[in-house]
Design a protein around this ligand. Structure first.
Ligand SMILES: Cc1cc2nc3c(=O)[nH]c(=O)nc-3n(C[C@H](O)[C@H](O)[C@H](O)COP(=O)(O)OP(=O)(O)OC[C@H]3O[C@@H](n4cnc5c(N)ncnc54)[C@H](O)[C@@H]3O)c2cc1C
Ligand code: HEM
Length: 419
């Protein structure tokens, strides 16, 4: 990223000086910001994830981003991967350059509302300059992403052409473009956003879903877990099942149309892993299996017979595990593909060593070092699952000497992987 010609050295110093203020008040500022902005622009309720507003995840994610930005204002390169993640998410939601005017206005106003007289005119101006410096970086990156989309720069109508139950709680949707034009390839691991009406909200909502099959010219496949809300820490969650996953499971059927974005995302099989025979370990839990199944299917379709690949998956029970038959069959057909299935809450009759390999959650200490290909420094590790699951696996791999650059993770949520 370029340095910051738009800001004076004094302004940079002022921004750094406000880092402790952001630690203390960042979340209040972003909460006030969203409240005021969505009240003045109710049309943006369609753009933002209503549940992430209610549960506070999006205000926390924005506060975290502003804190990281202020802390690294003199070292913007440190923010590249965070910016890449956000810009891909923005592009998948078709955020436009003009939208940054609205966000900038309400963000600075929220700072004034929360900080009062402490927001001196100098600090206000420094944050105004800082906001636009970051906004311009993001607008620039998003422009590039839209330019690479070969004309697909807004929501596109897709028809559900097949709906297949993959487990007790995961169902796949096969989506074909209504215009029947060939689909662009994506990088295995990437996601699409889908947008559809939510009757209880009376406006549409968008969510991201990883593409769960290899790239095909005529359809995309997503595999959606029904979110019952029972596992949420929030007391009210049991009465708040997820909006879109339940709408999709219950009311979107073959023949129905939904809106779909171009594929985006910064979590994907690296070109080196695609093209060469580097060993790969794919580690997932629950519905985190989806992007890794796309990677597996793509690698198999390239018939890279000699590549060492280990697919490790954790599920609560066999009934809740999606794609097991498919993955096991691939492993039988391709001896270089190993599988290990962990089951944390086996159903009655499910036996260790028969229906699954190990009881309990995914635990790398139950595997031999050679089965994690630790002897090969080119091995890459792709992880997808709940936040704490990923940080645990990441720590276990690092403890075994794997460098951070060889560990890639995708969080099915907002705010990045917890550290
Ligand atoms: C990059 C990426 C890839 C993804 N890939 C997949 C995938 O392949 N498959 C998949 O199934 N999902 C995937 N997701 C997750 C998906 O985008 C949705 O977040 C998920 O389907 C839940 O959406 P929802 O609308 O059903 O739930 P939401 O309405 O967004 O609710 C989310 C959670 O918040 C709780 N909640 C809602 N309202 C309240 C409230 N008022 N109070 C307290 N709690 C509340 C809900 O109970 C639920 O547990 C991915 C996400 C990302 C970011
Ligand atoms: C400099 C300005 C901005 C910053 C720093 C910023 C930051 C962020 C961050 C950190 C996330 C969460 C990413 C993730 O972890 O997945 C996010 C998501 C999002 N942003 Fe922005 N953003 C900015 C501008 C905008 C603008 C202008 C819009 C459009 C009005 C917008 C709309 C969204 C939406 C809709 C999401 C997804 C929300 C969700 O899933 O809950 N952002 N942004």
């Amino acid at each position: 990223m370029a340095s910051n010609p738009g800001m004076t050295p004094d302004q940079i110093a002022l921004i750094k000086a406000t880092v402790p203020v952001l630690v203390q008040h960042g979340n209040t500022i972003t909460t006030v910001f969203y409240r005021n902005m969505l009240a003045a622009h109710p049309e943006l309720n369609t753009v933002f994830n209503t549940s992430d507003q209610v549960n506070g995840r999006q205000p926390r994610a924005l506060a975290g981003a502003l804190y990281a930005y202020a802390s690294h204002i003199d070292d913007l390169g440190a923010l590249s991967s965070a910016v890449e993640l956000i810009c891909n998410k923005h592009a998948s939601l078709y955020i436009k350059a003009d939208d940054y005017n609205i966000v900038g206005k309400y963000l600075l106003e929220a700072m004034g509302e929360v900080l009062g007289a402490a927001l001196t005119p100098e600090i206000h101006d420094a944050w105004g300059a800082a906001y636009w410096q970051l906004a311009n970086i993001m607008i620039g990156r998003e422009k590039q992403l839209y330019e690479h989309a070969e004309g697909w720069t807004d929501w596109r109508d897709f028809k559900i052409v097949n709906k297949v139950k993959e487990s007790e709680e995961i169902t796949s949707f096969y989506l074909a473009p209504v215009d029947e034009k060939p689909l662009p390839a994506f990088k295995p691991g990437q996601y699409i956003s889908i947008q559809t009406e939510v009757p209880t909200l009376k406006y549409p909502q968008a969510r991201q879903y990883s593409l769960s099959d290899e790239p095909k010219p005529d359809y995309y496949r997503i595999s959606v877990k029904r979110e019952l809300g029972l596992n949420s820490a929030a007391a009210s969650a049991a009465t708040n099942p997820g909006y879109i996953s339940n709408v999709l499971h219950d009311t979107r059927n073959i023949g129905d149309t939904i809106k779909v974005s171009h594929p985006y995302g910064d979590f994907f099989l690296s070109p080196a892993d695609s093209e060469t025979g580097n060993p790969i370990v794919l580690i997932s839990a629950g519905v985190g299996v989806t992007p890794l199944t796309s990677m597996l299917n793509t690698l198999v379709s390239k018939s890279l017979e000699s590549r060492k690949l280990h697919f490790i998956h954790g599920a609560r029970s066999e009934g809740l595990r999606a794609f097991k038959k498919h993955i096991s069959e691939l492993s039988k057909q391709h001896p270089s593909i190993q599988t290990t299935f962990f089951t944390s809450h086996p159903s009655e009759g499910e036996k260790e060593g028969v229906d699954y390999d190990h009881a309990g959650r995914v635990d790398l200490s139950k595997l031999k070092d050679q089965d994690l290909f630790l002897d090969d420094a080119k091995t890459d590790y792709y992880i997808c699952g709940p936040g704490m699951f990923m940080t645990d696996i990441e720590s276990a791999l690092k403890a075994k000497g794997v460098g951070a650059d060889r560990i890639k993770m995708e969080l099915f949520g907002t705010g990045g992987v917890p550290h």
